[in-house]
Design a protein around this ligand. Structure first.
Ligand code: NAP
Length: 268
């Protein structure tokens, strides 16, 4: 027997935070395509419902949307209760919502730090805690955090608070993985590189061009690239994997210098 009870996707209930656009929307779409019942969230309830409706039309799957601001500690408890009410149980939590405002350290205020940590780190932790009772009732669970290469693996000037929040997620994940293993709940993370989303596009064409040039596979990632990795970590096949990270970055973090891949790519 595997640790999700061997149930097919169509009997799984999945929560995706930050599912209204970008990577989260891509994750919600891939689970819906596999037949799972999906509850996606964002701060704006109407936007969440609209995106859910669009995904139902494009995938033929089961998707509902709910409003939940991760800065509110009670919000995810309501979301977990809603998922249980609608779908009977909660099997998978994708703690994906996050923000990445640029702010040089010299200009960073306490409020800037609090905001990034409240959404990215505290929000992830409280999302997992909120889903625990439902996962305990289900007798199993899968948690997949969306971290980043920035912080755990690399640094980026202007995003030091963001990097701290993303590295902090991994500290949390290791402790949580051990604590929840006896409950047959696995906790893993994906570490995306640069993925073309609305949030990334807001950083400007110049940023997108420079980032694509830094990827050995020659392009930015897509939300689906990350979503497939998330679906794997939530699958029966990943039943024996916990406390781990899966980097999805087109090889961006592999070269030790620009020369390590650029000349071959140019002359090749
Ligand atoms: P995005 O396009 O900006 O989407 C962010 C999502 O998070 C939206 O659904 C947004 O919905 C939600 N959100 C933001 N603040 C929230 C809050 N306070 N409470 C609840 N939901 C909130 O971002 P993305 O690029 O898809 O990034 C998604 C995740 O991947 C983040 O954790 C990010 O750090 C990580 N990541 C992204 C990249 C990348 O290149 N794009 C790379 C590495 C890691 P509302 O605005 O409606 O609330």
């Amino acid at each position: 027997m595997n640790d999700t009870g061997g149930t097919p996707w169509r009997e799984r209930s999945v929560i995706v935070t930050g599912g209204t656009r970008g990577i989260g929307r891509g994750i919600a779409e891939q689970f819906a395509r596999r037949g799972a019942a999906v509850l996606l969230t964002g701060r704006d309830r109407e936007a969440a419902r609209e995106v859910a409706g669009a995904l139902v039309r494009s995938t033929g799957g089961r998707v509902v949307g709910a409003g939940a601001d991760l800065r509110d500690p009670a919000a995810m408890e309501e979301v977990a209760a809603l998922a249980e009410r609608l779908h009977g149980h909660v099997d998978v939590l994708c703690a994906n919502a996050g923000i990445f405002p640029e702010k040089p350290l010299r200009e960073m205020t306490a409020a800037d730090v609090d905001e990034v940590l409240a959404v990215n780190l505290r929000g992830s932790i409280l999302s997992v805690r909120a889903c625990l009772p439902a996962m305990e009732r289900a007798g199993h669970g899968r948690v997949v955090l969306t971290s980043s290469i920035t912080g755990p693996t690399t640094g980026y000037a202007g995003w030091s608070h963001y990097g701290a929040s993303k590295a902090g997620q991994l500290g949390f994940l290791r402790g949580a993985a051990l604590e929840l293993a006896p409950l047959r709940i696995t906790v893993n993370a994906v570490l995306p590189g640069n993925v073309r989303t609305e949030g990334l596009e807001a950083l400007g064409e110049d940023y997108l061009r420079r980032m694509a040039a830094a990827v050995p596979l020659g392009r930015l990632g897509s939300p689906a690239d990350v979503a497939h990795a998330v679906c794997f970590l939530a699958s029966d096949e990943a039943a024996f994997i916990t406390g781990q990270t899966l980097t999805v970055d087109g090889g961006q973090t592999v070269p030790e210098s620009l020369e390590a891949f650029a000349p071959a790519a140019v002359s090749g």
